[in-house]
Design a protein around this ligand. Structure first.
Ligand code: AMP
Length: 285
């Protein structure tokens, strides 16, 4: 089995336009590659909703800060092809950096408010890199539908915001988090973890489950829950806890008192130099 690899923006736009003229429904799944079963689940969901499924593989330099892992980010196109084919994708859009960003490139798409908290406070330029490249990917692949993962809950919110605010006319589907059997959320960055940190990282999901239990039992004050979550996470010897946040997912604002119907508990924690994020949406009973 093979899959069409498209590297040119012009060619990708022409292909997408032709499909649109034929009345075909296009879905896109944007990724940075090194595909795992989390990405595959997004492609499978896209497959259910569309005639043509495009996955994009682009390690986007503008969403990494200079001190981050852009250069070392794992890349493996042959492996990605296999995962994409197995999951049912038709096309991989795989541009070079120079194709996406000409020397004169100077435009940005930015969401105020939501992009400044949590991930945004630790990675101040991250979301403007994400929203700008996602806007480009939408213009290049011309999708009716785009699938993103709940794993990056804040990104999912922000993408929905640009689609609404800037009238992209694209239906956004948010897919649930895929986890290893032991609870670790799948991530391309898990490859960086040594055996000890891989085991230790289980405290993340454990702490989220603890929060869910407390909230379902009626706890509403986030301070108490956060203190206990911190204890659980520290049991895994993290090098740093960036944040443990309780968020109203409708407006993506932090809350101090949990209110129905739903709260998002989100965290970012470093083990050695590896920074992991995870979250849980908790619907109050
Ligand atoms: P990335 O390649 O890390 O930029 O991720 C590409 C897309 O896959 C994003 O929409 C992510 O939220 C999604 N994704 C990453 N990991 C998972 C996972 N474990 N479960 C579901 N979706 C995921």
């Amino acid at each position: 089995m093979s899959i069409q690899i498209v590297k040119s923006i012009r060619e990708m736009q022409d292909i997408a336009e032709r499909f649109r003229c034929e009345g075909k429904i296009i879905a896109v799944v944007p990724t940075m590659g090194y595909l795992h079963q989390g990405h595959a689940s997004l492609i499978k969901i896209a497959r259910l909703h569309a005639d043509v499924v495009i996955t994009t593989i682009f390690v986007n330099p503008t969403q990494f800060a200079p001190n981050e892992d852009y250069k070392s980010y794992p890349r493996d196109l042959d492996h990605d092809k296999t995962v994409a084919i197995d999951a049912g994708a038709d096309i991989i859009f795989f541009p070079d950096v120079s194709e996406m960003y000409s020397k004169e490139f100077s435009s940005i798409v930015e969401v105020e408010g939501a992009s400044k908290i949590l991930e945004g406070s630790f990675r101040p330029t991250h979301f403007q890199g994400v929203t700008t490249v996602v806007a480009k990917i939408f213009h290049i692949t011309k999708p009716h539908i785009a699938v993103f993962g709940q794993k990056d809950a804040q990104q999912a919110f922000i993408v929905q915001k640009i689609v609404k605010d800037l009238n992209f006319g694209i239906k956004i589907i948010i897919a649930p988090i895929v986890r290893e059997e032991d609870g670790l959320a799948l991530s391309s960055r898990n490859i960086y973890l040594n055996d000890t940190d891989r085991k230790n990282a289980l405290v993340l999901y454990r702490s989220l489950q603890y929060a869910a239990k407390r909230i379902q039992e009626g706890a509403r004050n986030v301070t108490d829950i956060r203190i206990e979550m911190e204890k659980i996470i520290k049991g895994g010897n993290p090098s740093q806890i960036d944040y443990i946040a309780f968020v109203n997912p409708e407006i993506f604002k932090e809350v101090e008192i949990i209110e129905p119907p739903v709260v998002l508990v989100a965290l970012a924690v470093r083990f050695g130099t590896t920074r992991l994020i995870d979250n849980l949406l908790i619907r109050l009973k």
